[in-house]
Design a protein. Structure first.
Length: 227
C-alpha cells in the first residue's frame, strides 16, 4: 500500500512542489571614508540541471549605532539637545543597477544647564552634560529586487557579489534654541552594517522527483519487511 500511495510522485506531468533556500551576508563600516566592500553569497547550484530556479528575491537591510555624549561649556544659556545618527549607502549586484538605504535616527531630548565650571574637561554627567549611551536602529529595510534567474544559477557551486558603497556616516547632536557657544562631543564606536539576503525558489526536475519517490517506496517497503 505504501508504494501505491507514493505513485503520484513519479507520474509525468505532476507539478513539483516549490522549495526555497536563503543566504545572508553583511559588511560593516565605521567611516564614510572607507572603500567599497563586497557581500559574497552562494549562487544557485542547479546540480547538473536536476534543479530549476524559478524566482530570485534579493533584499537589503541595514543597521546603525554610535555611543554619543555631550558636555555644554556655555556659561550663558541652557539647551535642549538630542543625539543624531545618519546612515546612507548604495549597493548593486547581478541584475541590480542600484540598491540603497538611508536613515536619520534621533534620541530622546535632554535638557542641559549652564556650564557648571568643568570648563575644558569633558564631563557628560548632569547638569550641563548627558551621556546618550548607544544610539541605534536595527534592521531597517532597504530596497528589494527580483533579478533574472539566469544571473544567479550555475551548474555547480558558484558565488554572486553585491558591492556596497557607504555614502554618509554622521554622529552628532542637535540643540535648541541654538547651538552652545562652546561644547564637547564624545563619539565612539560609530557603525553602519549592511545586509544582503538572497532567496531562491526552485523545483526539482521530474526525474529527480521520481528518484525521491522510488527512494521513499524502498524505505516504506524496508520498514514493512522489518516488522
Amino acid at each position: 500500500m505504501g508504494a501505491v500511495l507514493l505513485l503520484p510522485l513519479v507520474v509525468p506531468g505532476v507539478a513539483s512542489a516549490a522549495l526555497t533556500t536563503s543566504y545572508t551576508g553583511s559588511v560593516s563600516f565605521s567611516s564614510d571614508l572607507e572603500a567599497d566592500k563586497t557581500i559574497t553569497l552562494p549562487s544557485f547550484n542547479t546540480v547538473g540541471g536536476t534543479l530549476t530556479l524559478t524566482d530570485v528575491l534579493v533584499e537589503f537591510f541595514f543597521s546603525g549605532s554610535c555611543d554619543i555624549g555631550v558636555d555644554s561649556d556655555d556659561v550663558d544659556e541652557t539647551f535642549t539637545v538630542n543625539a543624531r545618527i545618519i546612515r546612507t549607502w548604495l549597493g548593486s549586484g547581478p541584475g541590480i543597477p542600484v540598491a540603497f538605504g538611508t536613515k536619520t535616527y534621533t534620541s530622546a531630548s535632554v535638557g542641559l544647564a549652564i556650564d557648571n565650571g568643568d570648563g575644558g574637561t569633558l564631563d557628560t554627567s548632569a547638569p550641563d552634560g548627558t551621556d546618550f549611551g548607544n544610539v541605534a536602529f536595527a534592521m531597517e529595510a532597504g530596497t528589494w529586487h527580483n533579478p533574472l534567474e539566469s544571473l544567479y544559477d550555475t551548474n555547480g557551486p558558484g558565488t554572486v557579489d553585491f558591492p556596497i558603497d557607504v555614502q554618509t556616516i554622521v554622529n552628532d547632536f542637535q540643540s535648541l534654541p541654538d547651538m552652545p557657544d562652546a561644547y564637547q562631543l564624545d563619539v565612539q564606536n560609530g557603525l553602519l552594517t549592511v545586509y544582503a539576503k538572497v532567496t531562491y525558489t526552485y523545483t526539482p526536475e521530474p526525474a529527480t522527483m521520481a528518484l525521491l519517490g522510488l527512494g521513499a517506496v524502498g524505505l516504506v517497503a524496508r520498514r514493512r519487511r522489518g516488522r
